[in-house]
Ligand binder design. Structure first.
Ligand code: MG
Length: 334
């Protein structure tokens, strides 16, 4: 088994603004795992609000791969699963292992996980907090890429203006992601009542994650499904969220890869919660890995490849609004 690491910088087509900052690029580390003539790719995506960096990912994976004594994929999985730190690095290795296993056993990752459902969900296209002119350009991009649902980022400042402007440009369905940007449950309740009248589909993370208890008051009165994102990182969080949220946003970079993400979906369903598979603006490597799980999800927020101008890979796509699981192909240098 040979492991190689490639630091890389993904450039956004448009500056990406959310409630807590703006960025023009994302640092990533690509991981290439070669075994028995097969190649599996992984990606650690490192937005600035995560604690990991390219240096920490490279150090962790270099050290980890030195310590794995055996050489089979199952041995590597066995060593990796108890890891509870460096979750983006873990996710990169986990997805590369699943890719190798799938190629060696000549089955899809979905088949290996026993996913019987074959239908893929609708994909959402994220519009970061934008000037009103920028929004029009982004909507055009999304329409060209066959997205049929938008996820609009709100930050609590001019939310009604943003939604009204969106509505003046598109009549497609929309969700909102507040990224913890509202102050309290009364603000959340009032805004959600209004969003419901505007036919919003769902609301993601309205309040700061420390306010999970207060969220139960929002959920109690709320006519729209509310999804946890920042409040839900790992499988152990889910049980504590069921009184406060209707669904969860699962991301490979938060939970450490396909293995735990799959377990999280099963756990969420046990509590009758909805599931959205999201991303941290990964390129095609990370989004194609996450897409493997989407037949089990209600929505897929895997628009990363569409927001990036220098994606060195091609893989999952959106066609007629739904996720399509194309194989991953390298198309540029890393
Ligand atoms: Mg979110």
């Amino acid at each position: 088994m040979k492991l190689s690491l490639y630091p890389y910088q993904l450039q956004f087509k448009f500056p990406f603004r959310i409630a807590h900052g703006v960025r023009t690029h994302t640092d990533v580390v690509y991981l290439k795992l070669e075994h028995q003539g097969y190649t599996g790719w992984g990606e650690a995506t490192l937005p600035p609000y995560l604690p990991e960096t390219q240096t920490s990912v490279i150090e962790f994976l270099t050290e980890f791969s030195k310590d794995v004594l055996f050489n089979s994929i199952d041995d590597w999985f066995g060593e990796l699963q108890p890891v509870n730190t460096n979750l983006s690095a873990k996710a990169a290795l986990d997805m590369a292992l699943w890719s190798l296993k799938s190629q060696i056993e000549n089955k899809t990752i979905g088949e290996l996980l026993g996913i019987e459902k074959k239908e893929f969900p609708i994909g959402t296209y994220t519009i970061g907090v934008s000037s009103l002119d920028e929004m029009e350009t982004k909507i055009d991009e999304a329409n060209k890429a066959e997205f049929n649902i938008f996820k609009i980022k709100l930050n609590g400042e001019n939310d009604e203006e943003v939604v009204r402007h969106f509505r003046s440009l598109s009549d497609k369905p929309f969700a909102v992601d507040v990224n913890q940007g509202w102050n309290d449950w009364e603000e959340a309740r009032n805004k959600i009542q209004w969003l419901n009248e505007e036919k919003c589909l769902l609301v993601e993370q309205p309040l700061p994650k420390k306010n999970n208890k207060e969220m139960s008051l929002v959920k109690r009165d709320c006519p729209l499904p509310i999804y946890a994102d920042e409040s839900c990182q790992r499988i152990s969080d889910i049980e504590h969220l069921r009184d406060s949220f209707d669904g969860i946003n699962i991301k490979l970079m938060k939970c450490g890869g396909i293995t735990e993400a799959h377990q999280m979906i099963l756990e969420a369903r046990k509590w009758d919660m909805k599931v959205l598979i999201g991303c941290m603006s990964e390129s095609s490597v990370g989004c194609t890995a996450a897409a493997q799980l989407t037949p089990l999800a209600d929505y897929a927020d895997l628009d990363g490849p569409y927001l990036i101008s220098n994606d060195p890979f091609s893989g999952m796509k959106i066609q007629e609004g739904r996720v399509v699981l194309n194989p991953l192909v390298q198309v540029g240098k890393v």
